[in-house]
Design a protein around this ligand. Structure first.
Ligand code: SAM
Length: 286
């Protein structure tokens, strides 16, 4: 992966795939080197503000709803009655906002290693942080691997891993050992969900090994749900769910239909459709 900023265009190059994605930018709004990563925010001509971490596109105003709705709602509508939710990563707070839309959720803790991400989101993506004052929400800024290590066993209903790619600070969030600790953290019937990269580029590699490692870590079922994400490599992304004593290829469809959440992508039908894997993915994942 490499980046360039030529004549007003931000470009993220995916060297390993011989492909790239560009956005026309109208200015740089923020540039900070935190203890963990290089964080930039740009204004773009057609996608609103753009957040970049270590040269990788994280989110834009225009299309972040796809990712945030799909990492939150399938997991929450798969669990029978989610009350206690933990988000590892997710510093832009978009996932937190989606989780808090569920009235049955009593407490959500978001643990991001890098406070700079949340401070930048507050300034440049205020819509994503609009629920941060909800009394059910709690924000902590430490390494998610350490937090999961030290947390009480069987204390969480839904665990969401909303991380950067499996390099740099997020590398430890993609190991079998970490998944074992996640399994330990969940109550019986618990659901874990992890962002799992591109179906087109990573089905035979990252997604395949994540699903295998989830099973090895003790999870009883896994499901990978693809969804469109124009600004990520290949324009297509995925989340992978894992259940502890629970089937994750089924969900509370009627509840999802009747919830009346004010969403832009997720519906019960989208969820059902995303569970139907295309043949090339099924072959790569089996
Ligand atoms: N939507 C993005 C994507 O798929 O590329 C991911 C969202 S971004 C907000 C991911 C967050 O994970 C970043 O804020 C980063 O600081 C955080 N992160 C990376 N490694 C972490 C770790 N070990 N513990 C906690 N948070 C971590």
């Amino acid at each position: 992966m490499s980046t360039s900023l030529d004549s007003g265009w931000f470009t993220e190059v995916f060297d390993s795939q011989g492909s790239a994605f560009s956005l026309k930018v109208t200015g740089k709004l923020h540039d900070v080197q935190s203890d963990y990563q290089h964080l930039e925010v740009y204004a773009t001509e057609t996608f609103g503000n753009l957040m970049v971490l270590d040269g990788c596109v994280m989110l834009t105003d225009r299309d972040n709803f796809l990712y945030h709705e799909m990492i939150a709602h399938p997991a929450l509508f798969t669990h029978a009655d989610p009350k206690r939710v933990v988000i590892i990563g997710g510093g832009d707070c978009g996932t937190l906002r989606e989780v808090l839309r569920h009235p049955g959720v009593e407490r959500v803790t978001q643990i991001d290693i890098d406070e700079e991400v949340t401070r930048a989101a507050e300034r440049f993506f205020p819509a994503l942080t609009e629920s941060n004052d909800d009394p059910r929400a709690e924000l902590a800024f430490i390494d998610g691997v350490r937090w999961v290590d030290e947390a009480e066993a069987e204390s969480v209903d839904v665990l969401i891993i909303d991380s950067t790619d499996p390099v740099g600070p997020a590398e430890g969030l993609f190991t079998t050992d970490f998944l074992r600790r996640c399994h330990r953290l969940l109550r019986s019937g618990g659901v874990m969900v992890q962002q799992s990269e591109s179906p087109l580029y990573h089905s035979g590699s990252i997604i395949h090994s994540l699903r295998r490692d989830m099973r090895e870590a003790g999870f009883d079922s896994v499901a990978t749900l693809p969804f469109p994400q124009p600004v990520y490599p290949s324009g297509w992304w995925s989340v992978t769910l894992a259940g502890k004593g629970r089937e994750v290829n089924d969900f509370r469809e009627q509840d999802a239909r009747e919830a009346g959440l004010p969403l832009d992508y997720y519906t019960a039908d989208i969820h059902r459709g995303a569970l139907a894997l295309p043949p090339f993915m099924r072959r790569a994942l089996d």
